[in-house]
Design a protein around this ligand. Structure first.
Ligand code: NIG
Ligand code: FE
Length: 412
């Protein structure tokens, strides 16, 4: 709902910035884009103080005004699944897949995640930060204001913590909110002992990361080439015991009932989901677990099995879309391209994709009360677009039509 000024305490409502002439896509409400033609939005102390039709706006004493001249204004985009912090690249594996090897074949032969682990362990904090900032800048150029960043390319204590420190440092170098996620259970470390590694993740790393506030959530890769359902259940239990949120890479390459397992553990999201069955979709809807769809990985792995979008719609499962930006399965630093792919490859609607990169993505991070829509009280994270229709955001691949980006009320 549109906010009201607290008129009892503030006689003459003041704002730091007033946007007028805006076509707002607020994303308020359980569905739809929440469109307000001829809208206005007032920003104060980094938050949205008021948003709605100009005709209903109270008299506002604004320090600064910006006439949007009919441009579309959306919430700042939220990329709720990235592996942004890594070193090296895996273009050689792209060529190997073209020649017929599968992603799983390459992983079993010592490539894949293990290859990026070797490169990331060898990179110091400065190198890792510099490489990550380049990728982050590509995302910000497309209107991102919140980015989730996973670890998982260290698989030892020192490197995992370095990745999480670099993730946090990104927010000191750019105007962006970072949601860090610990993905220790991404793979068994090269040459490592499976049982001993899981003990380290569950008994040492998760409690340490929770007590030092280094991540909001803990993710796993549940798959034949990674961790079993039982192993993931143990990680989830340790995560909840430590007071962190659960996330899962589930059913990406095979149906492991990963969606249902994540839902059972109250996961914020289960991600990928190409092989998820209908019961999993229903379990997710019941638990409020968001389905995070990653069409970049589907494209780059030449996958043919589509996630069960119809089942998610029928069950009422929330759907988000994300880049999965990583050096192997989804080397795509463009939320807009991933939005295009979600439409073309998965049959999602433009509306689903726009909600999927804003309010639904916010829910996938447990931040649905703070970001993802243009509503009073939320962070003033906004993207202003030089487009005539919002479809243009995903109907073409090319230069970013971003006109301006505001992060917590500050133009970035
Ligand atoms: O989301 N599925 C597992 N993890 C990543 C890919 C990691 C990699 O290949 O480096 C993903 O696709
Ligand atoms: Fe991923």
């Amino acid at each position: 709902q549109r906010g009201k000024w607290e008129t009892r305490r503030v006689a003459a409502p003041k704002a730091d910035l007033l946007l007028t002439g805006a076509r707002l896509a607020t994303m308020a409400g359980a569905s739809g884009l929440g469109v307000v033609e001829d809208g206005a939005a007032a920003i104060r102390d980094g938050r949205i103080a008021w948003a709605g039709p100009r005709a209903e706006a109270p008299a506002i004493d604004a320090a600064e005004r910006l006439d949007c001249k009919g441009r579309w204004v959306t919430p700042g985009l939220v990329d709720c699944h990235t592996h942004l912090v890594f070193a090296g690249n895996r273009a050689d594996e792209f060529a190997r897949r073209l020649a017929g090897e599968s992603y799983a074949d390459i992983a079993r032969s010592g490539g894949g995640i293990a290859a990026t682990v070797r490169a990331t362990r060898a990179a110091d904090e400065g190198a890792l930060l510099a490489a990550s900032l380049k990728r982050l800048d590509a995302l910000l150029a497309e209107g991102l204001t919140t980015v989730e960043v996973k670890s998982g390319y260290g698989l030892d204590e020192e490197t995992e913590l370095r990745q999480l420190r670099v993730a946090r440092a990104l927010a000191r170098h750019r105007r962006v909110s970072i949601a860090p996620t610990y993905l220790g259970a991404h793979a068994v470390p090269p040459g490592g002992d499976r049982a001993a590694y899981l003990d380290l993740v569950c008994d040492h790393m998760i409690p340490r990361i929770a007590s030092e506030g280094l991540a909001d959530a803990v993710d796993v890769f549940q798959e034949g080439i990674a961790f079993s359902a039982e192993e993931c259940a143990r990680v989830f239990a340790a995560t909840r015991a430590a007071g962190l949120k659960v996330k899962s890479h589930a059913d990406q390459l095979s149906d492991g009932n990963g969606a249902a397992l994540a839902a059972e553990h109250g996961a914020l999201s289960a991600d990928h989901l190409e092989y998820t069955n209908d019961a999993g979709a229903v379990a997710m809807a019941r638990a409020g677990t968001v389905a995070v769809l990653l069409p970049g990985a589907f494209l780059m792995l030449n996958e043919t099995r589509r996630p069960p979008i119809a089942a998610f719609r029928a069950a009422g499962t929330r759907m988000a879309v994300a880049t999965d930006l990583n050096p192997g399965s989804s080397p795509i630093a463009s939320p807009r391209v991933c939005g295009t792919l979600a439409c073309v490859l998965f049959g999602m609607t433009v509306e689903e994709v726009l909600r999927g990169f804003t309010i639904e993505a916010a829910h996938a991070l447990g931040r649905g009360d703070r970001i993802g829509s243009i509503e009073a009280g939320k962070d003033a994270d906004l993207a202003i677009w030089s487009v005539e229709t919002l479809s243009e955001l995903v109907a073409q691949i090319g230069p970013s039509p971003l006109f301006a980006r505001f992060h917590q009320g500050v133009r970035a």
